[in-house]
Ligand binder design. Structure first.
Ligand SMILES: [Ca+2]
Ligand SMILES: [Ca+2]
Length: 184
């Protein structure tokens, strides 16, 4: 049985290879245009900054240089149940200086399309052990967002050799640029 986390809760991750599944549904009729949410990953060192520009993983840079983090590709609509976008993690390949993997979801072209997380529902992040396809943890973002256009769903971090997941669920206005500024 997967452990369902609440906002702020943490749980150990003991699987070396796992998949981060991200899901959402949107109410397209509310804005009249397609709703494209994008998962991005910031791979951070001890100083909470991205290790290098190529450690920012998104739909245009699908894999980290060490091959430890791989984005499986851009989903344009979020239609359907289950994971809408996925990121595969292989901790056996990860560069030792990496201490944190931060998972952010943003709304593509949100300003022009007048979209925000107030129109997004059923969003979740889950972690699945690749060795047996079993869900380890799941966090459903029950919080009602409104004007936010970027939400940090969760983070995976290393404390004294132990990898852990934290259910973050923090929204903010602005897009990827704000996160890039924060982590650069
Ligand atoms: Ca997308
Ligand atoms: Ca969906």
């Amino acid at each position: 049985m997967a452990i369902n986390l609440q906002k702020g809760q943490r749980e150990n991750i003991n699987a070396p290879k796992f998949t981060i599944g991200l899901g959402w549904d949107t109410n397209e009729s509310s804005t009249g245009s397609d709703f494209d949410l994008d998962a991005s990953v910031f791979i951070l060192g001890d100083n909470k900054k991205i290790v290098s520009d190529s450690h920012f993983i998104f739909y245009n840079n699908l894999s980290s240089p060490d091959g430890a983090v791989v984005h499986t590709g851009d989903n344009l609509t979020g239609d359907g149940d289950g994971d809408d976008e996925q990121v595969k993690i292989d901790l056996t390949k990860i560069t030792p200086t990496v201490k944190e993997i931060c998972i952010v979801v943003t709304i593509h072209d949100s300003e022009a399309r007048k979209q925000n997380f107030g129109q997004v529902r059923n969003s979740f992040i889950r972690i699945v052990d690749d060795s047996n396809n079993t869900e380890i943890v799941k966090y459903e973002l029950e919080e009602d967002f409104s004007i936010e256009t970027a939400v940090e769903f969760g983070r995976i971090y290393n404390r004294e050799g132990q990898w852990k997941f934290e259910a973050v669920g923090m929204g903010q206005k602005g897009g990827l640029e704000e996160f890039l500024n924060k982590y650069n």
